[in-house]
Design a protein around this ligand. Sequence first.
Ligand code: IPM
Ligand code: MG
Length: 356
Amino acid sequence: MIKNITVLQGDGIGPEIVAQAIKVMDKIAEKYNHTFNYTYVDIGGCSIDKFGVPITDEGIEKCKSSDSVLLGAVGGPKWDSVDPSIRPEKALLKVRKELGLFANLRPTKLFPQLSNASPLKQEIVQNGIDLLIVRELTGGVYFGEKKTETVDGELVATDIMPYSEHEIERIGRVAFETAMKRGKKLHSVDKANVLDTSRLWRKTMHRLSEEYPEVEYSDILVDNTAMQLIRNPMQFDVVVTENMFGDILSDEASMLTGSIGMMPSASLSDTTLGMYEPIHGSAPDIAGMDLANPLGTILSAAMMLRYSFDMAKEADEIENAVNKALDDGYRTGDIYEDGFEKVSCSKMGDIVAENI
Ligand code: IPM
Ligand code: MG
């Protein structure tokens, strides 16, 4: 198969980690007789420096016309004080909105080889953590009206959090369908004791749950979810939630595994066009030093093959290659423990590619 991929390397460690994912995808292409064509587009701070905007309209068009998008990370202290309307993060939100990427899948898996890296007690994590957060990505407070105005002589800022029934229903469907393919258990996270958007969310999820009698469905409040993720993370299989709750809970969940550097994500639309990126940031402190963990990006590439290109076998192969690298004792600095072999970002990429 021939696939055209737009590559958004971004800032900080973005280019280093993306290069490793491409190394691994090229190995897959060779072995399975595919052609992956890459078009590089600037995003984030590097685009602000060149073009004065965090992504150009032309860049957005390139993403839209490709088969899939691979992203590294955006942002860094250099651009922290730019005008909010052109912050690096704005580009990310724009790509999500323009490509209609409403469903963000964030799997949280504790690799048994790394169980010591979890900050939780062994008795809590010993049977493994394997949950999937399905985060709504193009609605809610991120995209509602925002303003800062002077009222009675002081500044007042407002962010509106709108959700329409169809937005809730389409993310709900993704969550129920995903649950059917996994452990058939779904928690829907809301704040229905306070928010109207959450009451509509809950009502819509209940309606959908009647269509999926095999899925064991429960409502859970967001504050309780934050607590339960630490108390007993193994109770979760699929967790669906709105945009901002999902942002917060997915960072919390990733930390259960002790290594945000391992976590991939997929942002899906209602076509096969998707965007794939590790959930960690641009880590400016170690940028350019060949120290970053590329496995989150490599596993994101595996998700691309699985979800956008329908290449399940190739995706499995990448995941097995990552597992083998860990089994063989290779560790980047973030997951290093005594007795293992510490390797650089590019070396980890080489090892995973060699395992294919
Ligand atoms: C994420 C990030 C983004 C978000 C930021 C960079 C805008 O935290 O993908 O989780 O809040 O969605
Ligand atoms: Mg986040």
